[in-house]
Design a protein around this ligand. Structure first.
Ligand SMILES: [Mg+2]
Length: 361
């Protein structure tokens, strides 16, 4: 048997407590409930992937994702990791209806292929930007909690704050003003997760700017199918309007760009998988629109995979890979290249993603 043949696959739950509930306009996570997918080649090399299950955003469940990962394991067993591209394509056709499973299985294949070659995923994708600094998210909640959280994270060295909005406009104004007070001069991104109509979003942003707060980017202000609303806001607002929920597939992004509906796109591996994420990157770069690298609620493993992807390819304007800072103890090891102030030093990773699940895996 060739030593690069995949001989074993495993799927396990990844559970961890959060420091604080991760609340956005469409729902709330109280804990991390993901899955880890691992592959082992005949030579003993391993690759790992993480499925980030965000039921209130994608409708995907952990039960279905685990089932699909077990199916992916059966498909991959006996295949040669040297044909990683064939494996990525096979997963793409088999797991299109469960993107969390698709991303995890493709992540494990690429992690294994890179480890077999002794290169990092960052180097594999082009080694363009060796360091990425993430923003940090201020979730929906009261302004006093937002103030305390922002102050704590600013003292730790964070300089960009991504504010979730969209449940109550008055509370949102108070929360944004609290963030400004706790972190004067720091950059602010806004993410409404589909909460507004185009007119409401315009009114909200105009009032915010009247109060002296000007976000650097406004993410997903309107419902995911409201392409006219996105186009309206892209014409009317002075800052980039970024598609996230509206950019769930390559053809979604193709249509949005053709209509000039957005001026930025949020790429998440969990929405697109690796092959289509790379195509979205290429299309967006060709059209000259801005790029955000984002994620669902993810541990160090898949957050780092996203950082490798973005830093490897380069050209990302906004980095939103902060969810490891919300997780108490994921059990992941090797993530010391992610500093406490949110910097991913990708050139320090020797092989693959550089993060492995704890000993029991
Ligand atoms: Mg978003």
């Amino acid at each position: 048997m060739k030593d690069t043949v995949i001989k074993r696959c495993r799927t396990e739950h990844l559970d961890a407590e959060l420091f604080t509930p991760f609340t956005i306009s469409t729902g709330s996570h109280k804990s991390l409930e993901n899955a880890v997918f691992s592959l082992e080649a005949a030579c003993g090399a391993r690759g790992y992937g993480e499925a980030a299950i965000a039921t209130h955003i994608t409708g995907e469940t952990r039960a279905a994702t685990v089932k699909n990962l077990r199916r992916a394991g059966a498909l991959l067993a006996g295949r040669d990791a040297a044909d990683y591209l064939g494996a990525l394509r096979l997963l793409e056709s088999e797991l299109d209806g469960n993107r969390a499973a698709l991303a995890a299985a493709q992540m494990a294949v690429l992690d294994l292929a890179c480890r077999l070659q002794g290169v990092s995923l960052w180097r594999f994708f082009g080694a363009r930007a060796p360091r990425l600094k993430t923003d940090v998210t201020v979730v929906i909640g009261g302004s006093a909690a937002a103030y305390d959280f922002t102050l704590k994270m600013r003292r730790r060295g964070f300089r960009i704050f991504k504010i979730k909005t969209g449940v109550d406009m008055d509370e949102d104004f108070r929360r944004l003003e609290a963030v400004r007070k706790a972190a004067p001069g720091c950059a602010v991104y806004l993410d409404a997760n589909c909460a507004y109509t185009a007119e409401e979003a315009e009114k909200f942003l105009k009032e915010l700017m009247r109060r002296g707060i000007r976000p650097e980017v406004v993410e997903q202000p309107v419902k995911k199918d409201d392409v006219d609303g996105l186009a309206y806001l892209t014409r009317r607002l002075p800052m980039p309007v970024c598609a996230d929920e509206s950019a769930y597939s390559l053809d979604d992004v193709f249509r949005l760009l053709r209509r000039k509906a957005v001026s930025a796109v949020n790429i998440k591996l969990t929405k697109l998988g690796f092959l289509r994420a790379r195509e979205v990157w290429a299309l967006a770069r060709a059209k000259g629109i801005k790029l955000m690298m984002g994620e669902m609620l993810e541990s160090e493993l898949s957050s780092a995979a996203s950082a490798h992807f973005a830093g490897g390819l380069g050209g990302f304007d906004f980095i939103d890979l902060d969810t490891p800072f919300f997780i108490k103890a994921s059990g992941m090891r090797g993530a010391s290249f992610l500093s406490k102030d949110g910097v991913y030093s990708l050139d320090r990773v020797k092989a693959g993603i550089g993060v492995t699940p704890g000993a029991r895996r």
